[in-house]
Design a binder for this molecule. Structure first.
Ligand code: MTE
Ligand code: MO
Length: 472
């Protein structure tokens, strides 16, 4: 078995190349993962451990240590290590310098840290307090010295990268926008109930609402003398983070030039969140806030901005966060398909947050009190949230708490609330199904069923939300 391990593993040049076969060991098993690596998004992460035990590398990617990965690996097993060769290496924990977090979080994954607040806590605040704002990290949180921070601006129109300090950014005109950020995987748990998907098992609280302040990206580029008219070939603006994975790649994504350069689209380089400096978990010291655009493009710890003809080459832009026909699954998925478009703007969604599913609810005057959030992307404001307690026979309209933004330039979520009349004859001891559906200013409404929007990565799970409550 040792010979097998060394065949490629002894040669550093070769071991990262797919031209030859790639071997790893896990516990006592030896696996030929060549095909796994090319067929699974993120599979190339295995390459850093090629030619040796995979355990120390998986310690960095705890999220991969899920039973389905073991199942997937099983079919690539080609043999066993001899007893003498079984070594499990220790590695320094790259997650040794994480910020402290609020104990109320439901933690989906510790390393990297991924957590959401309980739904009924989330809906209590129109502006989510910083310490309750959901966290979605792909890497360890970088620890950035403000004095050493530099933002590089580069790409088409810049002969050389321009470097800016934090105080350069602070001296530009500051804008404040109220914007919800939502993960593409929010409510993935609902999609899972229809059919298994691959991804972090988020409930409905991978969305939060904050006020963000900083210079507009378009103002910054104009300030540097960059003229959009002169460079019509630029179609995408990349943002790359200063958080790195074990293979040295940083998190990155891109947004469209139309979004970035239109002053009314309110794309900012946020320096503040709810009036305070950004918390480390949310991108200290600088974060791209592209309101109305899916969370994944709101790059934290921004280290560089690149103007390009192409969208970002990052894994998260091209091999993740895309939607597919419900009949596409892992055996026939093609992330390069021309119809597999990277998610930017988000569709309309809503949730019942309080009470929680399965809770007991007090009847008052033949009504029950319900509360939740509603949100839509691309600046569409929520115009109505309808609620039914009898499976759609009777709909009631909830009250909305909103900011004062116009109908087509709203980046905030809405909190909905109401004393909703019970169906006739409903009494204490009964179970009632509660369903909500939001409508946005484009008169788009949520799809009724999850079945027809199911996709293998569990993205954009926005069908009607239902819970059951017990009347008391
Ligand atoms: N930016 C960097 N640099 N690294 C990341 O891991 N995660 C993205 C995005 N920006 C991420 C990032 C994803 S997928 C989401 S949903 C949001 O940040 C989460 O933002 P939050 O942690 O402030 O809620
Ligand atoms: Mo996300």
């Amino acid at each position: 078995a040792k010979d097998v391990m060394l065949r490629d593993g002894s040669d550093l040049e070769n071991k990262e190349s797919l031209a030859s076969r790639v071997w790893i060991s896990y516990k006592e098993g030896v696996y030929d993962v060549t095909d796994f690596v090319s067929q699974h998004p993120g599979g190339e992460k295995l390459l850093i451990g090629a030619g040796g035990p995979i355990e120390p590398f998986w310690a960095l990617y705890a999220v991969h240590k899920k039973p389905y990965v073991y199942d997937l690996l099983a079919e690539y097993r080609i043999g066993n290590l001899s007893k003498a060769d079984i070594v499990v290496e220790d590695s320094d924990d790259p997650y040794g310098n994480e910020p402290s977090r609020h104990p109320v979080f439901n933690i989906n994954n510790l390393k990297p840290f991924n957590a959401e607040p309980p739904l009924n806590v989330l809906a209590d605040n129109f502006i989510t307090p910083n310490e309750l704002f959901y966290v979605r990290n792909h890497h360890p949180v970088p620890d950035i010295e403000p004095d050493e921070y530099e933002l590089q601006i580069e790409g088409i129109g810049f002969e050389e990268p321009v470097s800016l300090t934090l105080s350069d950014l602070q001296q530009l005109e500051q804008h404040t926008v109220t914007a919800a950020i939502q993960c593409a995987g929010n409510r993935r748990a609902d999609m899972l109930q229809h059919k298994p998907v691959r991804g972090m098992n988020w409930g409905g609280a991978a969305i939060s609402n904050a006020t963000w302040s900083g210079p507009k990206l378009c103002d910054l580029l104009k300030h540097l003398g960059w003229d959009e008219e002169k460079f019509p070939s630029v179609k995408h603006v990349w943002a790359d983070g200063l958080d790195y994975g074990p293979d040295g790649t940083s998190y990155g994504a891109s947004i469209l030039i139309e979004k970035a350069m239109d002053p009314r689209q309110d794309v900012i380089l946020a320096l503040k969140m709810n009036g305070e400096e950004l918390p480390r978990d949310h991108g200290y010291p600088v974060r791209l806030v592209a309101p109305g655009v899916v969370g994944a493009r709101n790059v934290k710890w921004v280290g560089s901005i690149t103007l390009s003809e192409e969208e970002s080459h990052s894994h998260w832009q091209r091999r993740d966060y895309k939607g597919f026909n419900p009949s596409v699954d892992w055996h026939n998925v093609d992330f390069d398909d021309k119809y597999a478009v990277s998610i930017q703007n988000q569709p309309v969604t809503s949730m019942v947050c309080d009470p929680l599913d399965g809770a007991s609810v007090q009847i008052v005057d033949n009504k029950i009190h319900l509360k939740g959030y509603a949100f839509s992307g691309a600046g569409a404001k929520i115009i109505r949230v309808d609620v039914t307690l009898d499976d759609g026979t009777t709909w009631h309209t909830a009250e909305l708490q909103q900011d004062d933004s116009p109908l087509n330039r709203c980046w905030s979520w809405s909190i909905w609330e109401g004393d909703i009349p019970l169906p006739e004859g409903a009494k204490a001891g009964d179970e009632v199904k509660v369903t909500c559906c939001a409508i946005d200013s484009n008169y788009n409404r949520q799809p009724e069923k999850v079945k027809n929007i199911w996709n293998l990565r569990g993205c954009l799970s926005n069908s009607w939300h239902s819970i059951s409550v017990n009347l008391k």
